[in-house]
Design a protein around this ligand. Structure first.
Ligand code: HEC
Length: 143
């Protein structure tokens, strides 16, 4: 038990350290949180989806990606990245964002369900009331 906990701590420390090394090289151009347009040319990477980041890094790595005169710069940056590096970088930049989005979607869905239920209850109640009134009226006519 204790060993497992220590191992987990070591693994998470290692992956954090490895990750810090990976993106430290990017910060000079893209900003610490990928919040800048690198050299005035790139998209703001933190606004991209995880899939887009992976796709564009793989394309730079293959030497085919890019959209400005500065694409050679980024192709050089991506050359040294493994697919695992690319996955980890994209997860770090955009992974949490997608989790947050799916959590938001869940809340929105739950709210919609609740609204549907409430609307249904109101409709049911209206039908009940109308039925009861009609029944009373019919009973009055029979008297
Ligand atoms: C020397 C400056 C520089 C460094 C360092 C750098 N980049 Fe870039 N990056 C750019 C430029 C310039 C572009 C836009 C190139 C283009 O496609 O025309 C770009 C584009 C990108 C894009 C695609 C955004 C778009 O505009 O389509 C991603 C994703 C990206 N970089 C990630 C990284 C990552 C991850 C690192 C670190 C491993 C990194 N960059 C390091 C300059 C840099």
């Amino acid at each position: 038990m204790k060993k497992t906990a220590m191992l987990l701590t070591a693994v998470s420390f290692l992956s954090t350290a490895a990750f810090a090394a990976n993106t430290a090289a990017c910060a000079g151009c893209h900003g610490k949180d990928f919040e800048k347009a690198a050299m005035g040319q790139s998209k703001v990477v933190k606004d991209m989806s995880k899939e887009d980041i992976i796709a564009s890094l793989k394309a730079y790595k293959a030497g085919t990606g890019g959209h400005s005169a500065m694409k050679g710069v980024m192709q050089g940056q991506a050359k040294g990245l493994s697919d695992a590096d690319i996955e980890a970088i994209a997860e770090q930049i955009a992974g949490g964002k997608e989790e947050a989005k799916s959590a938001t979607d869940e809340v929105v869905d739950a709210a919609k369900d609740a609204a549907d239920d409430a609307a249904k209850q109101v409709a049911d109640k209206a039908v009940d009331t109308a039925t009861q009134k009609a029944t009373e009226k019919a009973a009055g006519m029979l008297k």
